[in-house]
Design a protein. Structure first.
Length: 323
């Protein structure tokens, strides 16, 4: 497969997954504001923090209100990671490799983009939750169409790598929001307020039913274990990383390539996640652990770019290092 085609498929996948996860973040925050006591911190501010783009938001919008944050994350054309911007770039990537996709896949991403574009043109949304639920369903349909109409060849595996790394990043970020921002009062730990917040975050990854079937009672170590270390849940960090590693191995086997930096990093991360407990994460500063995980995922993105899309750059760096 041409590196240009692989790169477009990889980023198309990440961009659609990003749009879906932004809808999940917004949807659960709207729901959370209906149940929280008035004395809690502003959950919209926490949502801006999770993007790591606070400076841009403050310069453009000022206060983190529901309307401002909703416009920022969903429809801001100047913000490259907004839902609308992500889907526009995904559609452009899909268009540039249309011959490598099924017609159903292209039609689905095109419909997805136009639905969000139409919503952005409205002065205000009558029912934000209905729109966000539709976005989430459109993303699930797109993923299902791709899995149902594309052969599981190298192209599909690049799609899967992009999808899984983006999902792992966003799962870790939504867990970090709870720990770092949403519960400022220690006396609230273990109360109904605390339970509402953890349940809201589980809903953000569509995991509340799966969690309750497995653990029944909301306990912080179990929620952390479910988010990070549950190998059976498709949005847990370890499941995503293991799935990405499987696809990288398949691509190496198909192309007869020796294992590179991406392979080594994913193997190391899979091993570390499999041998880390939720209790260790909590005891050792959960925010710091999640921050390190996000750094590793960013480094993985850089390694993928050099190993598969810009191998000439990687080879040039190796030559310089050798000399």
């Amino acid at each position: 497969m041409l590196s240009r085609v692989a790169e477009c498929i990889y980023w198309m996948s990440r961009q659609v997954e990003r749009a879906e996860n932004l809808a999940r973040f917004l949807e659960v925050t709207y729901e959370f504001t209906l149940d929280q006591p008035e004395n809690l911190v502003n959950p919209w501010e926490a949502l801006v923090r999770v993007t790591a783009d606070e400076a841009y938001f403050k310069a453009r919008y000022g206060q983190p209100t529901d309307a401002n944050v909703g416009r920022f994350l969903a429809f801001d054309e100047g913000y490259s990671n907004s839902m609308l911007s992500s889907l526009r770039m995904a559609r452009e990537n899909a268009r540039s490799v249309r011959e490598s996709l099924s017609s159903e896949v292209f039609e689905q991403v095109n419909e997805f983009y136009h639905r969000v574009q139409d919503a952005a043109a409205q002065e205000s949304l009558q029912s934000p939750n209905d729109f966000l639920n539709e976005v989430r369903l459109l993303a699930i349909q797109w993923s299902g169409v791709l899995d149902s109409t594309m052969p599981q060849d190298d192209g599909w595996h690049f799609f899967n790598i992009g999808r899984m790394l983006e999902r792992a990043d966003k799962t870790s970020r939504i867990l970090d929001v709870k720990y770092f921002n949403l519960l400022p009062v220690v006396s609230d730990v273990g109360t109904a307020v605390d339970d509402l917040q953890w349940a809201a975050l589980l809903k953000a990854i569509s995991g509340i039913e799966a969690y309750r079937r497995k653990y029944r009672v909301l306990r912080i170590p179990d929620v952390v274990r479910f988010f990070l270390f549950d190998e059976t849940f498709p949005r847990s960090v370890i499941h995503c990383v293991q799935s990405a590693f499987w696809s990288v191995r398949k691509i190496h086997e198909s192309a007869d390539l020796p294992p590179g930096d991406t392979h080594a990093r994913l193997k190391t991360l899979c091993h570390r996640l499999a041998h880390t407990s939720a209790e260790e994460v909590i005891a050792g500063n959960m925010h710091g652990a999640i921050d390190r995980l996000q750094t590793e995922l960013n480094q993985l993105g850089d390694a993928i770019s050099l190993d598969f899309f810009h191998r000439d750059m990687a080879e040039a760096r190796s030559s310089v290092s050798a000399s």
